[in-house]
Design a protein around this ligand. Structure first.
Ligand SMILES: [Zn+2]
Length: 406
């Protein structure tokens, strides 16, 4: 049995919709976890000593704010190589499309990543996952997508599984993303392979299947074919949709009942209405929107259409090299039109919804105890204090982790 009691919480931001206005703040609160599960999240004054497990580690946080651990529902953290040169080129006006056309972009990462062993890939992912934990992330979705052939894709998923087994990292949810960049060889043969051998092998390693539906990447028909093949292996779809142009991915997400549709900068009101009706979570990736300089992330438009919204990092070597969810909250407010409270909910409960997880993202008795103890008494500082390190310590499934700031 392991138990932790956090006393003296000035503002416990539960992100619990049952507690009224977001982010469901309880003042002068305590949080109690036993064996990784919250057993009490409420006012200190009504905490019954009999609810405190014997032998519990009791800590006093002197008025600090506590929030749920971030659920980063869209990342590509298993990659090798470096694309800092492209970053510099873009600063001189070379576009993302021009870089891709000259052999850079995702293709450059595929060349660097595909030969990597599972150990190499896991080691690279581990560094990024540690930085994620240090900035308050307790669950991270990890996509494949830099393999572009069967064995290399499976090594990426095996590396994600390796990350999941390390107890000092965020929990990992794996996604099979075989349709990312287009293959060098015959496209039909690649599709055939992915839709047979690929989905069969991925089903043992991943929870979701994903595709990049975009002009110059994969068509709606190809994405639909993948999702149909994956469905018989119980891999639920996610989709990169309407990022650089309007390609029809959002309507496909609604049609196939995807768990989420991600990016959506070029989505229309018709798309948002369809996503809302189908219960598809809209994932905004404001770091990528910022770097690419196109339309803003459609946070407010999604909410106005009645959609659930998640905000995620899209951590990848090309369009958003950032592990920081607090930075994404800042950008979701500055660019995406969300209020600080809406952005915090999108980064926690929203992220959980985008991964189909009902056991986290909210601080409530009975749910997984993933929480962040902040260095500040004001939870708004998470986004407001731009680029600051506001994490004091992290509760990862009820265990207290004080991530290294080195
Ligand atoms: Zn992505």
């Amino acid at each position: 049995m392991s138990a932790v009691v956090v006393h003296g919480i000035g503002a416990l931001c539960t992100c619990d919709p049952l507690l009224g206005d977001a982010p469901g703040v309880i003042r002068d609160a305590a949080l109690v976890a036993r064996d990784g599960v919250i057993v009490y999240a409420g006012p200190e004054a009504t905490l019954d000593r009999s609810d405190v497990p014997r032998g519990a580690l009791e800590i006093q946080v002197r008025g600090a704010a506590v929030i749920p651990g971030f659920v980063d529902a869209h990342t590509h953290i298993v990659w090798l190589g470096d694309r800092g040169d492209e970053y510099a080129q873009r600063a001189f006006g070379v576009t993302y499309d021009e870089i891709a056309a000259s052999g850079g972009g995702i293709r450059a990462t595929v060349r660097a990543t595909a030969p990597g062993t599972v150990d190499d890939l896991a080691a690279a992912g581990r560094e990024r996952a540690r930085r994620m934990l240090a900035s308050g992330t307790t669950t991270v979705e990890v996509k494949s997508g830099y393999g572009l052939e069967h064995e290399a894709e499976m090594r990426e998923l095996d590396a994600a599984e390796r990350l999941r087994q390390w107890p000092d990292l965020p929990d990992v949810v794996a996604t099979y993303l075989p349709l990312h960049v287009t293959p060098d060889g015959p496209r039909d043969a690649y599709m055939d392979d992915v839709c047979t051998r690929g989905v069969t092998a991925a089903a043992k390693r991943a929870t979701f299947v994903d595709a990049y539906c975009e002009t110059g990447a994969y068509t709606v028909a190809e994405c639909e074919r993948l999702f149909t093949a994956a469905a018989s292996h119980k891999l639920r779809p996610k989709i990169h949709a309407e990022q650089l142009s309007h390609s029809g991915g959002a309507l496909l997400a609604a049609q196939v009942g995807a768990v989420s549709a991600d990016h959506l900068e070029h989505a229309t009101n018709t798309d948002f209405e369809a996503l809302s009706k189908a219960g598809v979570v809209g994932v905004i990736l404001p770091g990528a929107s910022l770097v690419l300089g196109g339309p803003p992330p459609p946070g407010r438009r999604l909410l106005e259409a009645g959609c659930r919204v998640a905000v995620a990092t899209d951590c990848n070597p090309g369009t958003c090299y950032s592990e920081s969810m607090p930075l994404m909250i800042s950008l979701a407010v500055a660019l995406g039109g969300l209020s600080p409270a809406q952005a915090l909910v999108a980064a926690t409960a929203g992220g959980a919804a985008a991964l189909g997880l009902t056991d986290r993202g909210i601080l409530r008795a009975g749910l997984r105890c993933d929480a962040v103890i902040l260095e500040t008494t004001n939870w708004v500082d998470v986004g407001y204090h731009l680029g600051a390190d506001i994490v004091d310590s992290v509760m990862l499934e009820g265990r207290l982790e004080v991530p290294s700031k080195a």
